[in-house]
Design a protein around this ligand. Structure first.
Ligand code: GLN
Length: 286
């Protein structure tokens, strides 16, 4: 039986980039051109002379990536790494791939941080994206990362180590109401699961097939995590400290009301992401 030759062998990089872009577009991938560049970049040591040709090993590696991507596996899982804020983070199927919208949470959180030394708590840390970005920006801070998933905590620990932030990060496996050491905190951050249960089936295949449902499913109305977290915040936060939570675009009013009425939190503010959608609820603990 003759084997089909690997499509990219011996082809020039600039031709591959175009053909790859077309193939990804046909698979329904929106940012096909950009992703084609990323994939090619991953099989080449550096961005090469456009006339360079791919050898057999490179061509096979590229084809393996394309086949996974055509099955709508997220590019972040295929590359095993993803950029967020100023960090290059390891990601896996056990953590939510950090989204650009979540960078808004970082901006708002930084605005709430006064003079150090500071203690920050991240509930549902996943890859550690939020906490590690804040620790990177604030060398006078230490952080506690909590997650229910041991596999997610492994990824977060790996990220803390590779970013040399592990000496300032502690990890606890547990639920929202885990008995937490080192409190109270100056700041509590969280990007909890907030998708309404029935909506999960309607999400893009990358998300619904490959991302951890534990990090997405917010129960019937998407608000379960806020119901659990908000009443705990007065116990976790120092008087005058802040909280910054990511929310779904239609959850601003509900989460603000809960923060005020059920948890007695103050100075509540809903902020938008770059797309103009409500994305963050923040406030203070008096
Ligand atoms: N922003 C994510 C999405 O739309 C959901 C994140 C979450 O539930 N915390 O897929």
């Amino acid at each position: 039986m003759t084997q089909k030759p690997c499509p990219w062998t011996g082809e020039r990089v600039f031709e591959i980039r175009r053909a790859l872009g077309r193939r990804l577009k046909e698979a329904g991938i929106q940012e096909a051109e950009i992703e084609a560049r990323h994939m090619l970049g991953a099989v080449l040591d550096e961005w090469p002379d456009p006339d360079l040709r791919l050898d057999k090993t490179g061509a096979q590696a590229l084809e393996a990536m394309v086949l996974r991507r055509e099955a709508r596996e997220p590019l972040s899982h295929i590359l095993g790494a993803w950029g967020f804020w100023s960090l290059d983070l390891a990601v896996s199927k056990d953590v939510l791939t950090p989204r650009p919208e979540t960078e808004r949470l970082i901006e708002i959180a930084l605005g709430h941080l006064g003079q150090g030394p500071l203690k920050i708590l991240d509930l549902g840390t996943g890859s550690g994206a939020i906490l590690l970005s804040l620790l990177q920006e604030r060398p006078d801070a230490m952080g506690l990362a909590v997650d229910r998933s041991p596999a997610a905590l492994q990824t977060a620990m790996q990220n803390a180590q590779s970013l040399k932030l592990d000496t300032r990060t502690m990890f606890v496996e547990g639920d929202w109401d885990a008995a937490l050491p080192h409190g109270p905190f100056d700041l509590v951050v969280s990007n909890p699961p907030y998708i309404a249960h029935d909506e999960i089936a309607t999400l893009e295949p990358e998300v619904r097939r490959y991302e951890p449902v534990l990090a997405l499913d917010g129960g019937m109305d998407g608000l379960d995590a806020y119901r659990a977290i908000l009443p705990l915040l007065p116990h976790y936060i120092k008087p005058g400290g802040a909280f910054v939570l990511e929310i779904g675009a239609d959850q601003g009013a509900a989460v603000s009301d809960m923060a005020q009425a059920q948890a007695g939190l103050g100075d509540i503010c809903v902020s938008q992401d770059l797309g103009g959608r409500d994305r963050v609820v923040s406030g203070l603990c008096n």
